[in-house]
Design a protein around this ligand. Structure first.
Ligand SMILES: Cc1cc2nc3c(=O)[nH]c(=O)nc-3n(C[C@H](O)[C@H](O)[C@H](O)COP(=O)(O)OP(=O)(O)OC[C@H]3O[C@@H](n4cnc5c(N)ncnc54)[C@H](O)[C@@H]3O)c2cc1C
Length: 288
């Protein structure tokens, strides 16, 4: 068998997963991080991070490199095979990794937002004028034209925020109900069909053929519930339900970062990752 027994298995190698792994390792635990080749696609695509304490002005890629350097220094094992399932056992958990299985005493889930695309080429245009957090990227679009696609009325607050700083704000709601009434914001009552622009977003085409010329496009609130990697894991409002110790409803399973809910931010992910990593280490010690 390729994989050994671990104290802590961490699913996801974004800011939350890396923070959890480092903190469990500092507690002398045997840790495996399970993640994709490129850790944190969202952070990698962020044009500039202005709000991470002590490291202002780095691109998302640069900040991720700093995190990865720190992670490498800690000599923690990592695999790029994604986890496909977790099963509870009397003495911990079995994690399925492709054809392989591994055993861990405790688990940290830090898998970010599982996102289902609203538009074709969305993944390709992420960070090239397309984003999922208007309040994060807003300052980049000061005095420019933006269009926000809202999957729920929660997106309306972001539209109002953008109206304070942008030249023109279009809002395209994808839900039924009363939409925001704000003279600064133009409502588009159509289905979005196509992103216009190759290297950068230049416009959005809607179903009746009209093209709205814009500098930035935001798709908000379209996240789907985290995969139920573990049967019985409690989900609330599309996110994994945790308490302040980052414990889920399953003893020994912790969760951190975007998968537990907003704000979808690096600092929040790193902080939750720390609490989850320390909790998972403590749980593993009790099982030993
Ligand atoms: C364009 C853009 C701009 C942003 N700007 C800012 C900003 O200015 N400031 C800020 O604080 N935040 C910003 N963010 C948000 C920030 O990037 C996220 O909040 C942060 O990356 C979340 O970290 P995470 O570890 O929870 O999840 P992620 O970074 O999403 O990492 C999750 C990881 O889990 C992996 N994974 C998923 N499923 C599995 C599985 N089954 N098994 C193993 N691994 C799995 C994924 O491949 C991924 O590597 C921005 C995001 C975007 C997209």
């Amino acid at each position: 068998m390729k994989y050994d027994n671990y104290d802590v298995a961490v699913l996801g190698c974004g800011p939350a997963g890396l923070s959890a792994a480092i903190n469990a390792r500092v507690r002398n635990k045997k840790v495996l991080v399970i993640g994709a080749d490129l850790c944190s696609p969202p952070l990698h695509k962020a044009q500039k991070i202005e709000n991470y304490l002590g490291l202002p002005g780095l691109t998302g890629g640069e900040l991720l490199n700093r995190f990865m350097d720190h992670f490498e220094m800690m000599e923690i094992e990592r695999t790029t095979v994604k986890a496909s399932g977790i099963m509870e056992e009397p003495d911990g958990f079995t994690v399925l990794l492709g054809e392989e299985v591994l055993h861990a005493r405790s688990i940290v889930i830090a898998t970010g937002i599982p996102y289902k695309s609203t538009l074709p080429r969305e993944e390709e245009m992420l960070g090239k004028g397309l984003g999922y957090c208007a309040t994060c990227d807003g300052p980049l679009y000061r005095d420019k034209d933006v269009l926000l696609v809202g999957h729920s009325d929660e997106a309306e607050a972001e539209a109002r925020f953008m109206a304070e700083i942008c030249r023109k704000v279009y809002y395209l709601p994808l839900y039924k109900g009363s939409w925001l009434d704000d003279e600064r914001i133009q409502i588009i009552n159509e289905r979005p069909v196509e992103i216009i622009g190759q290297d950068f977003v230049e416009g959005l085409k809607v179903k009746d053929g009209q093209v709205y010329n814009i500098d930035g496009l935001f798709i908000l609130g379209g996240e789907t519930a985290p995969d139920r990697l573990i049967p019985g894991l409690l989900i609330e409002d599309k996110h994994i339900k945790v308490n302040r110790q980052q414990e889920t409803n399953i003893p020994g399973v912790f969760a951190a970062g975007d998968c537990t809910g907003g704000p979808y931010q690096v600092a929040k992910s790193v902080g939750e990752g720390q609490v989850a990593g320390l909790g998972a280490a403590r749980f593993a010690s009790r099982q030993a």
